[in-house]
Structure formats: C-alpha cells, structure tokens
Design a protein around this ligand. Sequence first.
Ligand code: C5P
Length: 208
Amino acid sequence: MIIAVDGPAASGKGTIARALAARFGLPYMDTGLLYRATALNLLSTGGDPESEFAAARATDIAQIDLADPELKSETVGGIASRISAYPMVRQALLERQRRFAAQEGGAVLDGRDIGTEIAPHAEVKLFVTASPEVRAERRLAELKRMDLDVHFPDVLADIHARDARDRDRAAAPLVMAEDAVLLDTSEMSAEAAIEAAVAAVEARLSAA
Ligand code: C5P
C-alpha cells in the first residue's frame, strides 16, 4: 500500500505521515528533506540559487546526512522552497522518490506532489492543511524550541510566501489530488489529527 500525504508548509503532514508509517508498518520518506539537502549542498558549495543549472547539479546528494539538523533551518527551508520551482531540480529528484514509493509492500511519502506526480496510483491520498495562522503558530513554537529569536508576523509572512511559491509554480504545483481525502487540522491536536488520518486510511482500505 502506498500512502501519499501532501499539504502546505507546517500543516502537520510530517507528524501524520510518520505516525501512519509506524501504525501500518511501512517505510517512510520525508521528500522535503531531498529539496532541503539540495539547498544545503548548494549553499555549502557556494552555488547560486538563481541558477537552475547550479541547483540541478546540487541534487547530487548521495553523501548528505539526512539527519543533519541544519536541514531544518529557516535559511535552508527558504532556499529549498525557491529551488523546488525549477523543473530540472524536480526531475533530478523524481526517480529516487518513485523508487522509494515502488518498493515491495509499499511506503508512506509526504511532500507537495506525491499524490499528483510521484505516486498518482497511490491507494490512499491525504491532503493535510490548516489555516496560515495556525501553521505559523506551530512553526513559531518549533523554532522557539530551537531557541531561535523569532516573531509571529515574520513567521506568518514566510508561510504566506512559501504557500504562494508552492501553489503558483508551473512545475508540480501544490494542488489537492482529485481523489485525496482533505484533512483540515486547524482545530485538532496532533493526536486527534493522527486518529483522523488513521480512520481515513482504514475507510479507504475497507472500501477497496
Ligand atoms: O516540507 P518541507 O518544508 O521540508 O519542504 C521544503 C521545501 O521543498 C518546500 O518549501 C517545498 O517548496 C519543497 N517541496 C516540494 N515538493 C515536495 C516536498 C517539498 O516542492 N514533494
């Protein structure tokens, strides 16, 4: 079974996808990390984020430690959001994601285009969202836990900017797949959101 979990920044999709992977015993891939690793590689080799060629070259990330905490930084996230609009970058990262999705027994992947581009044939597709204000609050709490001096208006502005870049790009924009289940977590705790996601997966499986 392939479970595709898509949604905008800080919607809670990672928390939900990880929990689904544990619950259903499936391997999990956070595809945002591939874009973040590309951005970090570009930064650390002095490449120009304005250059699609330089960004595409930086997708050669076999050596990058996907557990490096630097991958989660706002700087890296900002560059990742920009370079993910380049078709050459998306193309270079496509095969790795499709291979992961195609492994025997299935997998859970989260990102922006899993249900539409990476695994359009996924048995279960969830589109996880929440209001920009709620997502900014969650991101703020996460950044404060990392001891960063951040402020709500800046975090909210960043969420709006990322949403616009994700939705308006020509290559694999963030859209809900027609056959996805919409999960708005604005009013939900993490536990409630996970339970709702598990229920959605089970409902899809019993309908199949
Ligand atoms: O999900 P996360 O914030 O870690 O992703 C980093 C950036 O990578 C996002 O801003 C998004 O633009 C991009 N991304 C993407 N397609 C994916 C996953 C992430 O374009 N499947």
